[in-house]
Design a protein around this ligand. Structure first.
Ligand SMILES: Cc1cc2nc3c(=O)[nH]c(=O)nc-3n(C[C@H](O)[C@H](O)[C@H](O)COP(=O)(O)OP(=O)(O)OC[C@H]3O[C@@H](n4cnc5c(N)ncnc54)[C@H](O)[C@@H]3O)c2cc1C
Length: 452
């Protein structure tokens, strides 16, 4: 009997997690990976910190090279773009004309950065942040700036990639303007929490220009980007960096005839199997998943999910049952010294989901007030009215604040009430929190209010 072949399209988090897991479980499986670029298992998450000189080199951002994967028995073909999939013949054709047959196909083509039709957006000097090559281009652009004056950068978008890039560009000595269409940065925070982020960015010396529609990227005589014009102003720039959001890269799957969900991601079940073709799986930024609380379809482009989903798909393909249990939208970032975390439903999402809910904000410090380095922290809870069940949490504060969001995510995941969270055995020592951590205090405030 010939060996069963798993063919993987895309050699990063989703694809390589699936490939490695399938191979680990079933050593007899023939695992072949097609990757259009030259890198595998790279950390896009680290690009801002590499641009900011906080990470030594590009190599540091590669967890496992193609050669390392090959040594583990995975046949990686780099520089090989999958051009089309014939679902009836179970065959993928690459851009160079080679064909690859499969028994199981795993699509992990990742995300597609949003590029709205704005005049000048494709000009030199406008730089995306998606792959390691983008990081290299941004570094080169910074290095090429004239030294006799301060360079200027305009960041388009106020999501976490925009914020992280704004911070590191400033760290590299550039004057930074962030331009966003929304009223506040970090759109999945409630306004009162987003305002704290906005204030912190302005206090760092960044220009934060909210509620503005970009009309065009201005070009100099050589056709290079030299500024951005919005409906409210003009901002000079030596480089324009894009952080406008990420959609699923599902064009290859859609053209092949695979089912696509309402979010534009590949429609898969909890085992990451296509709902329309049973020997096809998909994982990572290219898929539609679902919200763990509401059960509603969701597209959340994060590495945490891509890795887990790839592992689930690899397990199932190799014959071991596994399921991906959905997402809460838990995310963490920082700008300067301010740490920002969110999980579950924000106010707008709770409204959309039809919950009757209350919100509470509690302020405190990250450490015992007398301990050096205690910083301000604010925790916001969204809880179901009546039952006190936790629906969402947001955390904004100084060093040490952000990871508290994981306590909230765990409590929401476990469907705990605020009262149960307030009674939980949470740790305390002065260097880490006050006697009652602000998370526990917030939960207690809610449970008291619920009890009337
Ligand atoms: C700047 C930045 C910071 C981030 N920070 C975080 C963070 O802090 N935390 C977090 O959880 N997530 C973060 N993310 C998101 C995270 O990087 C992604 O969710 C994750 O990389 C998705 O993995 P993936 O395998 O689905 O897709 P990708 O990483 O996009 O990989 C897809 C791969 O498929 C290849 N490919 C695509 N089409 C084809 C084709 N037709 N043929 C062959 N190969 C193809 C691509 O070249 C690519 O290598 C960040 C992303 C960026 C850009």
């Amino acid at each position: 009997m010939s060996r069963q072949r798993l063919l993987v399209i895309g050699g990063d988090a989703g694809g390589m997690s699936a490939a490695a897991q399938a191979r680990r479980i079933d050593g007899s499986l023939d695992v072949v990976v097609l990757e259009q670029g030259e890198d595998t298992s790279f950390s896009a998450c680290g690009i801002p910190y590499w641009v900011g000189d906080l990470v030594g080199s590009r190599e540091d951002l590669v967890a496992r090279t193609p050669e390392e994967h090959r040594r583990r028995g995975i046949a990686v073909h780099t520089g090989t773009r999958a051009e089309s999939v014939d679902l009836d013949a179970c065959r993928v054709t690459a851009a160079d004309g080679r064909t690859f047959d499969y028994d199981h196909l795993l699509i992990a083509t990742g995300g597609r950065p949003s590029r709205p039709p704005i005049e000048g957006l494709n000009a030199p000097g406008v730089l995306g942040v998606h792959r390691l090559d983008d990081g290299a281009r941004i570094r080169a652009a910074i290095d090429a700036l004239p030294r006799d004056r301060q360079g200027k950068a305009v960041v388009l978008g106020g999501g976490y990639i925009g914020l992280e890039m704004a911070e590191v560009l400033q760290r590299r000595g550039l004057a930074v303007d962030v331009v966003l269409a929304d009223p506040l940065p970090m759109g999945l925070l409630d306004a009162d929490m987003g305002e704290r982020v906005c204030e912190a960015m302005r206090a760092m010396g960044m220009g934060v220009h909210t509620d503005q529609a970009v009309r065009e990227v201005l070009l100099d005589r050589d056709g290079r980007a030299c500024g951005v014009r919005t409906d409210q102003g003009t901002y000079d720039a030596d480089l324009v960096v894009l952080g406008l959001g990420m959609g699923p890269e599902a064009r290859l799957a859609e053209a092949a005839g695979l089912g696509i969900g309402v979010t534009g991601g590949i429609d898969v079940d909890a085992t990451m199997r296509s709902r329309t073709h049973e020997n096809v799986f998909a994982a990572g930024d290219c898929v539609q998943t679902y919200h763990h609380l509401t059960g509603e379809p969701a597209h959340v482009a994060l590495g945490t999910h891509a890795n887990k989903q790839g592992r689930v798909a690899g397990s199932v393909i190799a014959g071991r049952p596994a399921r991906f249990a959905g997402v809460l939208g838990t995310a963490l970032t920082k700008v300067g010294d301010l740490e920002i975390g969110r999980t579950g439903l924000c106010t707008t999402q709770a409204e959309q989901a039809g919950f009757d809910f209350r919100t509470d904000v509690v302020e405190g410090t990250t450490r015992a007030g007398y301990y050096p380095g205690a910083e301000d922290i604010a925790v916001k809870l969204v809880t179901e009215a009546g039952s006190g069940r936790l629906l969402g949490g947001q955390v904004v504060g100084g060093a040490g604040a952000g990871k508290r969001v994981d306590v909230l995510a765990t409590a929401i995941w476990g469907r705990m009430t605020a009262e149960e969270l307030s009674e939980s055995d949470l740790s305390y020592a002065p260097p880490f929190s006050p006697t009652y951590d602000v998370v526990a205090v917030a939960a207690r405030v809610v449970s008291r209010a619920e009890r009337g």
